[in-house]
Design a protein around this ligand. Structure first.
Ligand code: GDP
Length: 445
């Protein structure tokens, strides 16, 4: 799910992360594309507009110097803003079903996946929460739908209210309530009738059932593939019936995930679950941060930034970067970097978090670069004198031997470390020059 939106956005951020510093103009350009991407993903215009505005305010307010990479900083801001929109109050994936018998009213249009979702939820309540559940179908116009629920109930081992021909939905709801009380059920779920589109008769019927059952939860089931229509449906049901949450079905398809975003923003109601297939297990808790991550398509870059912010002492590292850009890159600097890598979960940990680097982490492992290397390299640097650390060029063969021995390692390993240090130093010098050139160009504009 969310492929389209995520591809668009990663295109935007690719461009962003390649740039050095982030100007206000950069933020604006990037966010303009974010907005287009959101609209293409079927997010409604007012929602997209509000979203971009919120991000713009946050991004502009934040000191760019604070970030490790400006692009990553913006990714984090967009990510957090997505979560803000997506998350609802309360624990995701939980239903208020204390004080038995608690009723759960399932509403939605025909074909949205309402009956399937009722059974999936019943199974979840039974297996995860240890609840005794009774299900009842109120779809008196479609005997097949009533039978479908009974079949699913038998399949998952959840009782269904016996079907009595000729009863109207309100009578069935009353019977379910009584039966739930007498039978010692914790929860009774009412699968209301759906229509192909919203009409007055449907709404009146659901209202009448609601008034009988006083549901603890009223869950709207909507087909995630229907985009903007899904949002309108949600708005209508919420205005008339008052919903407590949404279940988005068919999120296993290639739907435009924008519906989730709009739905939240427009109704203000939490998306509690997502349906990911026809099977009875294909129901998952709606996880705003996971969904936001997927929308961004940036791997766990956000987690990486958070970790980096935790572990890096910003000022210290800023000073270090400035020094390094001028070509003063000492063994102590290298040691600090190696130690930070260690804190961030080593080479594999870091690569696993970077988009597209998951495969490389495996290669690194296969090539024998385990995290013990970090430890050994740090040990080598620790065996050097202060003078040698500041200026490793002075190392003679005899000293090299002694240092390697001090760390319990071969000289070849020390040579590798020195080479790495030289290469890194050269690279930083180059980057420093590029940075200056870039800034000069900016100033001349
Ligand atoms: P209702 O008319 O709203 O009760 O809809 P149903 O529960 O009968 O579902 C209609 C069809 O959608 C059935 O074939 C279900 O198996 C299918 N369906 C329901 N939820 C999902 C889902 O999350 N993913 C997929 N792929 N199919 C689903």
């Amino acid at each position: 799910m969310f492929e389209n939106l995520s591809e668009r956005l990663s295109g935007v951020f690719d461009r962003l992360t390649k740039q050095g510093a982030l100007s206000e103009e950069d933020v604006k350009t990037a966010l303009r594309e974010v907005r287009v991407a959101l609209l293409e993903a079927d997010v409604s215009l007012p929602v997209a507009r509000d979203f971009v505005k919120a991000v713009q305010e946050k991004a502009t307010g934040q000191a760019v110097t604070k970030s490790i990479t400006p692009g990553q900083q913006v990714v984090k801001i967009v990510h957090d803003a997505l979560i803000d929109v997506l998350k609802g109050e309360g624990e995701p994936g939980t239903l208020k079903v204390d004080n038995p018998p608690a009723s759960v009213l399932m509403v939605g249009l025909q074909g949205s996946g309402k009956t399937t979702t009722t059974a999936k939820l019943a199974k979840r309540l039974k297996e995860k929460d240890g609840k005794r559940v009774l299900m009842a179908s109120l779809d008196v116009n479609r005997p097949a739908a009533m039978e479908q629920l009974a079949i699913l109930g038998a399949q998952i081992g959840v009782d269904t209210l016996p079907i009595i021909a000729g009863q109207d939905p309100v009578a069935i709801a009353k019977r379910a309530k009584t039966q739930a009380g007498l039978g010692g059920y914790d929860v009774y779920m009412l699968d209301t009738a759906g229509r192909l589109s919203i009409d007055e008769e449907l709404m009146q019927q659901v209202e009448a059932v609601r008034d009988v059952a006083s549901p603890r939860e009223t869950l709207l089931v909507v087909d995630g593939l229907t985009g903007q229509d899904a949002v309108h449906t949600a708005q209508n049901f919420d205005e008339r019936i008052g919903i407590s949450g949404v279940v988005l079905t068919r999120m296993d398809g290639d739907g435009r995930g924008g519906a989730a975003l709009s739905m939240r923003a427009v109704t203000g109601k939490p998306i509690k679950f997502v349906g990911l297939g026809e099977k009875m297990d294909a129901l998952e808790t709606f996880e705003p941060d996971r969904v936001a991550g997927r929308i961004l398509g940036m791997g766990d870059i956000v987690a990486l930034v958070e970790k980096a912010q935790e572990t890096l002492e910003l000022e210290q590292s800023e000073k270090m970067v400035k020094r390094m850009m001028k070509g003063h890159f000492t063994m102590n600097d290298l040691r600090m970097q190696l130690e930070q890598m260690q804190k961030m979960g080593g080479m594999q940990g870091m690569m696993g978090m970077m988009p597209g680097m998951g495969k490389m982490a495996k290669q690194v492992e296969d090539a024998g670069f385990d995290d013990n290397i970090l430890k050994r390299q740090i040990a080598l640097i620790q065996s050097m004198t202060k003078k040698e650390r500041a200026n490793p060029q002075i190392l003679q063969a005899s000293r090299k031997k002694r240092i390697a021995k001090g760390a319990g390692l071969e000289v070849s390993e020390l040579n590798k470390l020195l080479k790495m240090h030289r290469q890194m130093g050269d690279m930083m010098k180059k980057m420093g020059k590029m940075g200056k050139g870039g800034m000069m160009k900016q100033a001349m504009k």
